[in-house]
Design a protein around this ligand. Structure first.
Ligand code: UD1
Ligand code: CA
Length: 466
């Protein structure tokens, strides 16, 4: 492979995105749980770009941080301090590509559905043509807003005209500019120097480079399906891109062996991983970097955000979990709430109306009904009875409850932390534990029961008189 076959990419992400009506830079709005700009960068990398220069400007610290979080090497930042148009943005990227004389692919950061294959096809066409510029093209029934492709009598591309600069007749052209180009670097440098701002927006348009390329040689055009090339300019287009991306994600999981009972009512973020034979029931939302293990079942209405579910686990309906881990064959729900740093070991059970937070549970332990388990260190084979509360908060600090292996906590007990209940110890039903319980001991703080024979009818008689 010669340098002429290699590829670098520029992603434009400096604009504000006025039509989003947002304080957030447009490219940070999320599609399938990922900032939009990340998709363009990833598509370029997957298509073989050995380096990607992202042009940032509006909200640049945030955009840079989001990129830094996701991409370690191969992604560089160029700054466009003032947004003077897409041509100006590319100019700002060129110093980062000093000395590069191969091809440069240019993409807009607001087109999240662009597949790597489209970039690969474009790159191949540009190598084949040998001309200074190749671009994707597409047809739209309603081309409003997009730049139109102007061709001469012989069908050769001669220029791009922005929607706002079009004559009435040009507006009827349905062939549009999706905004993805492969350009010879040396030609690009010269062309950028010659850009003017004589247009409706007074900006330096990248699209004017196309007319210059047409003058120097043929512009190669590769038709593609616009459904995946659409830009996101407002919140409705964001919602449509989100839907398109989620459908793609669902299809990929299904093809990899995941059962989706109702894909039309299932929401899976782009960074979620699911192993084969997992079953995802209707109404499930999987967010962030959740991982679902082989054969695990995520039942109706579960909402998981950054949750790792091990093989064979069963999250029964309406388990809501965040930043947590569920071990092999463990079961939760219905209606369990696992708050951050919950770590349920293998074969554990957490049942209905049980809330956990920063609590680790060892193999085989159970809390099947109605409990609050905050800041707990629970060993193996521990039984936590119905209605148990870990009183972890004194109004100032959080304290830890330790339940050692084999401990048994009777129903309706309050464990006032910090406290340790030793190995195999037994806590009687209704006990308020305020001091450590030694291993194998019984703790009981219950008031002794008194039965008064015949008292109930006497009481009723007395109450009736009043
Ligand atoms: C652009 C194209 C249009 C094409 C459409 C495809 C131009 C002049 N027009 O129009 O032909 O049909 O995309 O979606 O290129 N940006 C910067 N700096 C700037 C201006 C923009 O980095 O100074 C970035 C934005 O962040 C955005 C991208 O470039 O990611 C495109 O900008 P946008 O304003 O959305 O261009 P469109 O009007 O959609
Ligand atoms: Ca756009």
């Amino acid at each position: 492979m010669t340098v002429r076959d290699e590829l670098v990419a520029i992603v434009l992400a400096a604009g504000q995105g006025t039509r989003m009506k947002s304080d957030r830079p447009k490219v940070l709005h999320e599609v399938a749980g990922r900032p939009m700009v990340a998709f363009a960068v990833e598509a370029a990398i997957r298509a073989g770009a050995k380096e990607v220069v992202v042009v940032v400007g509006h909200g640049r610290e945030d955009v840079e941080a989001a990129l830094g979080e996701r991409f370690s090497s191969g992604v560089r930042i160029a700054v466009q301090a003032e947004q003077r148009g897409t041509g100006h943005a590319v100019r700002c990227a060129m110093p980062a590509l000093e000395g590069w004389d191969g091809r440069v692919v240019i993409l807009y950061g607001d087109c999240p559905l662009v597949p790597a294959q489209a970039i690969e096809a474009l790159h191949a066409a540009s190598r084949l043509s040998g001309g200074p510029l190749a671009m994707l093209t597409a047809e739209l029934d309603d081309p409003t807003g997009y730049g139109r492709i102007l061709r001469d009598g012989g069908g050769r591309v001669v220029a791009i005209r922005e929607h706002r600069d079009c004559t009435g007749e040009e507006r009827r052209i349905r062939e549009v500019n999706p905004g993805i180009y492969a350009v010879d670097a040396a030609f690009l440098r010269g062309a950028l120097d010659r850009l003017g701002s004589d247009n409706a927006q007074g900006e330096l348009y990248l699209t004017d480079v196309v007319a210059m390329a047409a003058e120097e040689g043929a512009v190669a055009s590769v038709p593609w399906d616009m459904a995946v090339l659409r830009g996101v300019n407002d919140r409705w287009e964001l919602a449509e891109a989100d839907r398109g991306m989620r459908e793609r994600i669902l299809r990929a999981h299904a093809r990899e062996g995941v059962t989706l009972r109702a894909p039309w009512a299932t929401f899976i973020d782009a960074d979620v991983r699911i192993e084969p034979d997992a079953v995802i029931e209707p109404g499930v939302v999987l967010r962030g970097r959740s991982v679902i293990g082989a054969g695990a079942r995520v039942d109706v209405g579960c909402v998981l955000d950054n949750v790792t579910v091990a093989a064979g686990a069963w999250l029964k309906p309406y388990t809501v979990a965040t930043d947590s881990a569920v071990g092999e064959r463990a079961q939760t729900g219905p209606f369990s709430h696992l708050r951050p740093a919950t770590d349920l070991g293998p074969d554990t059970r957490v049942g209905n109306f049980v809330e956990t937070k920063k609590t680790r549970m060892g193999r085989g332990s159970k809390a099947n009904h109605l409990a609050y388990l905050g800041d707990g260190q629970i060993g193996e084979d521990v039984n936590v009875g119905a209605g148990t509360i870990f009183c972890n908060y004194d109004g100032y600090q959080k304290h830890t409850t330790v339940l050692e292996d084999g401990a048994f906590v009777g129903s309706d007990s309050q464990i006032v932390a910090p406290v340790t209940i030793g190995k195999g110890a037994y806590v009687g039903t209704g006990t308020t534990v305020t001091r450590d319980v030694p291993a194998d001991a019984l703790a009981i703080s219950r008031v002794k029961q008194v039965n008064k024979e015949g008292y109930a009818s006497r009481l009723r008689a007395r109450l009736k008189k009043k």
